[in-house]
Design a binder for this molecule. Sequence first.
Ligand SMILES: NC(=O)c1ccc[n+]([C@@H]2O[C@H](COP(=O)([O-])OP(=O)(O)OC[C@H]3O[C@@H](n4cnc5c(N)ncnc54)[C@H](O)[C@@H]3O)[C@@H](O)[C@H]2O)c1
Length: 275
Amino acid sequence: MAYNLLKGKRGIIFGALDEKSMAWQIALKCHEEGATFTLSNAPIALRMGKINELAAACNNSVVIGADATSLEDLENVFNQSIEILGGKIDFVLHSIGMSPNVRKKIPYYDTSYENFAKTLDISALSFHKVMQTAMKTDALNEWASVVGLSYIAAQRTFPGYNDMADAKALLESIARSFGFQYGFKKKVRVNTISQSPTITTAGSGVEGFNSFFHYAEKLSPLGNATAEECANYCITLFSDLTRKVTMQNLFHDGGFSFTGVSSELVEEIMKNVSE
Ligand SMILES: NC(=O)c1ccc[n+]([C@@H]2O[C@H](COP(=O)([O-])OP(=O)(O)OC[C@H]3O[C@@H](n4cnc5c(N)ncnc54)[C@H](O)[C@@H]3O)[C@@H](O)[C@H]2O)c1
């Protein structure tokens, strides 16, 4: 059911690769809620992904290629988006992540400086660059909302998550630091959503993903949150109903982050012990 929560709002959505992507589901919901927006992804993803299908499903949204680590590319995304959409931007989704270590299964303790730097550059510093560019080009309206996607490995260790854990800790810190600056400067909100494990291209690439997907499902009182549910939450953050929420890392994980143990998990462990 749509509520027209984003009627008249203009946005930019980074990171939709295929229909499993969080950004894909978020784009569909933004469209359903009345927003107009441009879509952006890295040039290689535009060649390999299915983003044009998404664009067609969202009233022919324009797709703009950009490597999110390039300030020049980002400036082009903001300038073009304002022109195409006919005014300044009200919401931005940063749904970008990549670690060469995760991709090549290189253990955390064996990373090269170059690989580590690349993970941080793509997965966290690009969030800073997106906002830096938006500020420099004065691309956002007052009360605009910027959202990045995070994971609880920023606070607790999940070994397979590798250096992405450090990237998420940095991402969440950038949300606080930039949220402070942008709030005072232009009343712009900046938050991260810490989402349950979700089956996507980036998610499934993490070593042991299946086991911690099921572990989280059994531990969370409400079960894992799906990409579509994340999209619903995201809409509330882009809407005018959450104007005073900023600089937060918001857990969207069915209660996982605050649960110590569940009786279902204990029963399973005890069954194995007695066997
Ligand atoms: N899937 C999960 O379990 C999960 C859980 C919590 C948070 N997240 C976060 O959600 C976000 C989206 O990931 P996803 O799970 O939808 O996977 P995904 O693979 O669909 O999306 C990752 C996106 O990052 C883009 N990207 C990579 N390098 C880029 C670059 N240099 N410039 C621009 N774009 C680039 C990819 O093209 C892709 O579209 C990521 O930040 C991820 O860490 C995912």
